[in-house]
Design a protein around this ligand. Structure first.
Ligand SMILES: Cc1cc2nc3c(=O)[nH]c(=O)nc-3n(C[C@H](O)[C@H](O)[C@H](O)COP(=O)(O)OP(=O)(O)OC[C@H]3O[C@@H](n4cnc5c(N)ncnc54)[C@H](O)[C@@H]3O)c2cc1C
Length: 296
């Protein structure tokens, strides 16, 4: 196995163009496990750890530009206000050691349906900036996941940056597992309220072949909130709206039975998480100090 250690982004792109089968190595918390267990024996490893720009982030007017290799610990410590959903999801990843090494670029590279970053990225709204010697392109997060552990990257492309919409309202993330730490999700759910556009977005993890949004549930809730004037009057969301939203989220899941849980349990748990998160985020929105015109 040859170990390629480019000193710059340009060198990394050139190396990937020359050796398209080279496996990029960022934190190594997925790659090294696969190599240690002999699940993978790549001809080339492409170590990205000398490339500073992958570990940088920038908070802009509307988006956060998150370098592909920014570790989860940095997201938790520095981007909690801008990316609350992703910061909560980062907290649930593995242990401090793994969170110090692993990051969102690696989670996207692996594209496991159980990856914790995905529901938060889907709910917040994100685009993945990928680059090759041919140029760069932006892939909307909804189009990034193409199958079980498959993504939209071409063989010569690398993930450079993830552009994530800054939170304009409350966000939540939760994950069901057999214990509180070091656990791969049985299923996971993320929710983001976007008061600026009066919309909600969701993300479901580990309950379908790829991470997905519950689009029908979002459309239902968007219409119900608009119709009832909820964004303006700040009223408590009725139990029947919350239940229908939860049922639609549950119905959007397309899980399987496996060692971590049954399909039936996963579908049920997705609905529970959806209802709870809607309650938590809406309470936060109601208490956020906005003018509650006509509030009861
Ligand atoms: C003990 C343990 C517990 C874990 N628990 C969790 C958990 O709770 N939740 C969770 O989501 N994950 C978990 N993981 C998996 C892993 O930590 C995450 O997927 C992490 O985000 C991977 O990031 P990384 O930087 O280490 O990626 P790496 O291992 O370096 O790479 C992962 C994949 O992405 C590709 N890649 C990396 N960077 C790029 C790039 N810039 N461009 C293109 N491709 C790239 C690699 O080639 C590889 O295919 C766990 C792993 C371990 C070992």
């Amino acid at each position: 196995m040859d170990f390629l250690r480019p000193a710059s982004w340009e060198e990394a792109l050139a190396a990937k163009a020359e050796h398209p089968t080279a496996v990029p190595l960022s934190g190594g918390t997925d790659v090294m496990v696969e190599i240690n267990f002999d699940h993978r024996r790549p001809e080339y490893l492409l170590d990205l750890n000398r490339i500073e720009l992958l570990r940088e982030w920038e908070v802009g007017e509307e988006n956060v530009r998150l370098g592909a290799a920014v570790p989860y610990t940095q997201i938790m410590e520095n981007l909690r206000a801008e990316l609350p959903g992703l910061a909560l999801a980062s907290h649930t990843v593995a242990s401090p050691q793994i969170r110090n090494r692993g990051g969102v670029g690696g989670n996207l590279g692996t594209a496991s349906p159980a990856g914790d970053a995905h529901p938060a990225l889907l709910a917040a709204g994100a685009e993945v900036e990928v680059e090759s010697v041919r140029g760069s392109r932006f892939i909307p997060i909804d189009e990034f996941y193409t199958g079980v552990k498959r993504n939209a990257l071409q063989p010569d492309e690398l993930i450079k940056t993830v552009h994530i919409k800054k939170a304009d309202g409350p966000q939540q993330y939760s994950k069901v597992g057999t214990r509180n730490a070091m656990v791969i999700a049985v299923c996971a759910f993320g929710l983001a309220l976007h008061p600026e556009t009066r919309t909600v977005r969701t993300g479901i993890g580990s309950a379908a072949p790829t991470p997905i949004r519950a689009k029908e549930a979002e459309a239902f809730l968007n219409a119900a909130l608009e119709e009832g004037g909820f964004w303006d009057n700040g009223k408590i969301i009725t139990p029947s709206i919350a239940k229908q939203f939860a049922d639609l989220c549950s119905g959007a899941a397309n899980p399987i039975d496996d060692v971590r849980g049954t399909a039936k349990y996963r579908r049920h748990a997705v609905g529970i998480m959806a209802r709870r998160q809607l309650g938590w985020t809406w309470e936060q929105y109601r208490g956020s100090g906005r003018t509650l015109e006509g509030a009861a």
